[in-house]
Design a protein around this ligand. Structure first.
Ligand code: SAM
Length: 290
């Protein structure tokens, strides 16, 4: 049973982020050449949420073509973007017209210069904020996607405030993974205390918090035991932080298939194996990225 999939329609990107896990200069068209059969297979196997990631989806019309194909099915389509191309309402309409229901725009820092520096692109921050403003005025569900490293783990409360000011729906705070493993945060306490503070102070806030980090579960358990969060909140965060790889599949633009977003080694390639074969041999019980 597959619940979520992360796919890449292309490696092409208009940025060159310092932390990016995606290896470029690979064959771009394998996924695209097979997209209809892959989407049909995923749908038959239960797919309900599809994330567009890898390069920058909005720099290629392939993304719109694939999304249009998916829009005929009962699948929630989620776009991950750096927002650079979302310059006006015409682009918002184009995204909506192909059935995208949620858009996450990456913001790496509250500081425009730090964000641009990390993204190695001048104006990246200004474009991303403009994209979020346009999204907030639309009926698309929107959020900030922040990749947490030592450079920004002291900014998490300010980033949350930014999401509130922008009147968007979510902030997703995902620790950076390199080579399939979580990178060590030298100030882990700053990271975990910020999450603790944000979760305990914003249980009724309009901006939802998304985290995915197994190491945080004991902290949430302690918060439950100390009555800082309700049982429902605890269950929500426990589920978010747990490994979902037995319900997830990732397919890169070159056709490589991975169980988890940041795994190093593919479990197969769609040109060499059928998806049935790949799924049969890919169940493992613990996710290497946690
Ligand atoms: C790979 S990008 C693709 C979509 C788009 N180009 C963007 O920047 O949002 C999707 C998300 O993955 C994050 N990301 C990239 N490399 C990562 C890594 N090594 N660990 C954790 N997140 C990462 C990015 O910061 C971004 O929020």
């Amino acid at each position: 049973m597959i619940n979520t999939a992360h796919i890449g329609v292309s490696y092409k990107c208009n940025m060159n982020c310092q932390h990016c896990f995606v290896t470029r200069n690979q064959d771009d068209d394998v996924f695209y050449d097979h997209y209809a059969e892959i989407i049909d297979w995923l749908y038959q196997h239960g797919l309900s949420v599809l994330f567009y990631t890898y390069g920058e989806p909005l720099v290629t019309n392939k993304f719109y073509e694939v999304a249009q194909y998916v829009s005929g099915k009962r699948i929630c389509q989620v776009l991950m973007t750096n927002g650079y191309e979302i310059t006006d309402n015409a682009i918002i309409k184009k995204i909506k017209d192909v059935g995208i229901k949620q858009v996450y725009v990456s913001i790496d820092s509250i500081d425009a210069h730090k964000h641009d520096d990390n993204r190695r692109k001048k104006g990246a921050w200004t474009h991303a904020i403009k994209a979020l403003e346009l999204l907030a005025q639309s009926d698309i569900i929107s959020g900030i996607a922040c990749t947490i490293t030592d450079r920004n783990c002291n900014e998490m409360c300010e980033l949350y405030k930014l999401a509130q000011d922008l009147k968007i729906n979510y902030i997703s705070m995902l620790r950076c993974r390199i080579g399939g493993k979580l990178i060590k945060l030298h100030d882990y306490d700053c990271y975990s205390n910020s999450i603790k503070k944000l979760v305990s102070e914003n249980q009724n806030s309009k901006v939802g918090i998304r985290v995915h980090d197994l190491s945080l579960i004991p902290m949430f358990k302690k918060m439950l035991n100390e009555n800082q969060i309700s049982n429902n909140e605890y269950k929500k965060f426990e589920a978010m932080c747990s490994c979902h790889q037995q319900y997830n599949i990732n397919i890169a633009p070159n056709g490589d298939v991975y169980q988890c977003d940041f795994a190093l080694t593919p479990v197969g390639n769609i040109t060499l194996n059928t998806l049935n074969n790949i799924i049969d041999r890919c169940y493992i019980s613990h996710c290497s990225c946690n």
